[in-house]
Design a protein around this ligand. Structure first.
Ligand code: ADP
Ligand code: ZN
Length: 625
């Protein structure tokens, strides 16, 4: 193919990868994507969190800017993160800027002037900004001069109501295609289900775009789902056991619970902060900044926190309440371990979660068709929680990927005992039926279990429920076992909880097959103490940072000194520490014990600009040992 003058010739993408970012190789499909987009192709990129989406548009942006093709506009809903994203590019020596509501008028004008002069390689902007008449007229003028290189649409699932972060403003982005049809577009998301994907293609008019779908596996994340007893205490034990001093995120459903849990963690001596939409914007921003900039903070939050948090060293994500669906669960847990080092996704789940989530769907004002989709998605998550086989196989299966047992989830590490709960399920359902027949009203789970187990409580006596034919016929079952059965029955839709009537149990269409013995109900045995102990021994980690786990004593000392130095630089630059250097880069430097600038060259994460800016300092810090 003959090179047209407008084709980028200034620098090969590989060269930019080495020189600007200091990385040796592209990861997975990055190379194919970067080449496709650099040469003017449209792309839809589906890659898990931590997969390396940013480079997929940043390198084409740099290549096209160097080739004289102008600016790349990055559309992102994450205003709170733009400052750090742009800061990270500056650290790498790339000219970048953002336009959003945090800038005052003068700053805005300054960015616009630099934009029009062609000085900016990457411009980050929120969708509502991109589609204003003022901004579009600036784009028009750049476009007329051939200085509009690329549109990158980040978090593209925001365009779909089937995703979990629907942003109506994203719908208006079709104007980019309609108005600047010749300018290439790349849309990126970490949400993978087929429904959302199809919606993105349709809504953003990406029918012609090449699709790059990566494996969604995050092998460094260990999945664990425990039965909820006292969730806060369970969480504390988990953190004490495996994550002392680590940064983590704890998701809760309500603001009140966020406050309570954050308080409990603080009382236990942890460095925890609350984050939810009810807090003042300034307080929220402060907490987010501290989480990003300080080490070892546990953020207790509602899902208002975290979309696109690109802190790479979050060591655990815990759910104290169940999310709405697997997409949400996967997106939230995906915030752990972006740096590729070992990390945990831990969730406590119980009957109340099932009841709450069902109720939220039932009571939502949405149409019946929408509710049906939501119920189906909830069911998929419930069966993941109840599963006794590999969690990862199920998670990936949900996204259409086949895999084999992973060896890095709770069920693989400690296979749970499974018991046949079919008989217990039939007895429970028939008790629900008989009680309703006899009393003409329905009762809640606790009472039904008491009858089945033959407990003559006040309430049982009051209603004469000792006379029911199933009274005491389930005395061999423990309460946790029956709770498990109830959860499973609700999860498979064979029993319903009526939220309008004191959470009483109701039979459903699906009850019949279970009552007739046509549906087998297999259950995991409640996780017992010994199993938890066994797990602890296997996962104990000595080193505070997995990146430094294999360093010898003198390298550990260099690593600690480098971290302290990095902390100072980050504070001076008002940026998170990882933007200066990742832990893994510092660990590699500590191990190499460099004496000259040449020794630093080739260490992953040290590009030309950083070598120039920090090389001498790094050598000085290392020389002190
Ligand atoms: P995503 O946006 O897909 O969640 P990022 O773009 O933030 O992921 O990348 C995750 C981390 O991986 C970042 O810290 C990034 O610097 C690093 N990374 C990306 N690509 C490479 C590569 N080719 N080599 C080494 N590190 C990489
Ligand atoms: Zn597994």
């Amino acid at each position: 193919m003959s090179a047209l003058p407008s084709e980028p010739t200034a620098a090969a993408p590989e060269q930019i990868l080495h020189e600007v970012f200091g990385y040796a190789q592209f990861r997975g499909p990055q190379q194919a994507i970067v080449h496709h987009v650099t040469t003017g192709g449209d792309a839809l990129v589906l890659m898990p969190t931590g997969g390396g989406k940013s480079l997929c548009y940043q390198i084409p942006a740099i290549a096209r800017h160097r080739a004289g093709q102008g600016v790349t506009v990055v559309v992102s809903p994450l205003i709170a993160l733009m400052h750090d994203q742009v800061g990270a590019l500056h650290e790498a020596g790339v000219s970048a800027a953002f336009l959003n509501s945090t800038l005052d008028w003068e700053e805005t004008q300054d960015v616009e002037r630099r934009l029009m002069r062609g000085e900016i390689t990457l411009l980050y902007a929120a969708p509502e900004r991109v589609t204003t008449p003022r901004f579009l007229s600036q784009l028009d003028s750049l476009h007329e001069r051939g200085k509009l290189a690329l549109f990158a649409i980040d978090e593209a699932h925001c365009v779909s109501q089937w995703g979990h972060d629907f942003r109506p403003e994203y719908r208006a982005l079709t104007v980019l295609h309609e108005r600047y049809a010749a300018v290439p577009r790349i849309a990126l998301t970490a949400t993978a289900d087929a429904l959302t994907r199809a919606d993105i293609v349709e809504r953003l008019q990406l029918e012609e775009a090449r699709q790059f779908v990566s494996s969604f596996d995050r092998p460094n994340i260990r999945y664990t789902i425990v039965e909820k007893k006292d969730a806060t205490t369970q969480l504390l034990r988990f953190i004490e056991r495996e994550h002392e001093g680590d940064a983590g995120v704890v998701y809760c459903q309500s603001r009140k619970r966020v406050e309570d849990v954050a308080q409990s963690l603080c009382d236990a001596g942890l460095n925890a902060l609350p984050y939810h939409a009810g807090l003042d914007a300034a307080v929220r921003q402060k907490h987010q900044d501290r989480f990003l900039r300080e080490e070892g903070i546990v953020m207790v939050a509602t899902i208002a926190f975290g979309m696109g948090i690109d802190k790479p060293d979050v060591r655990f994500v815990a759910h104290l309440d169940m999310p709405k669906n697997i997409e949400g669960y996967y997106q939230e847990t995906g915030r752990a371990g972006r740096d590729g080092e070992p990390a945990d996704a831990w969730m406590a789940y119980g009957l109340q979660d099932v009841v709450n989530q069902r109720r939220m769907i039932d009571e939502s004002p949405a149409g019946e068709e929408f509710k049906q989709v939501m119920r189906g998605k909830l069911d998929a998550l419930l069966s993941l929680a109840e599963a006794s086989d590999c969690r990862r196989v199920r998670l990936l299966g949900y996204f259409g990927e086949k895999s084999t047992p992973c060896g890095n989830c709770d069920n693989c590490i400690t296979p749970p005992q499974v018991w046949d709960g079919t008989d217990a399920a039939r007895k429970l359902l028939s008790t629900v039926y008989r009680v309703q027949q006899q009393s003409g009203i329905s009762f809640g789970a606790g009472h039904v279990m008491d009858i089945l187990r033959g407990k003559s409580t006040e309430k049982v006596k009051q209603y004469g429920h000792e006379r029911i034919s199933t009274f005491g016929i389930g005395s061999e079952f423990t309460e946790p076992q029956l709770r498990g059965v109830l959860r499973q029955l609700i999860a498979i839709g064979a029993l319903a909880v009526d939220a309008q009537a004191y959470n009483t149990l109701q039979l459903t269409e699906g009850s019949r097959a279970v009552l007739r013995g046509e549906t087998q109900v297999m259950l995991r045995e409640s996780v017992s103490q010994p199993a938890e102990k066994k797990r602890r021994e296997r996962t104990a980690r000595g080193a505070p940072s997995p990146a430094a786990a294999t360093l010898d004593a003198s390298a550990q000392a260099r690593f600690a000194a480098l971290k302290a130095w990095r902390g100072e630089v980050a504070r001076e630059h008002n940026l998170p520490a990882y933007v200066i250097f990742h832990d893994a880069t510092l660990a590699a430097i500590a191990e190499a014990a460099p004496a000259t600038l040449e020794d630093l060259q080739g260490i992953s994460g040290i590009g030309a600009k950083k070598l120039e800016a920090y090389g001498a300092d790094v050598l000085r810090v290392c020389a002190a040992f």
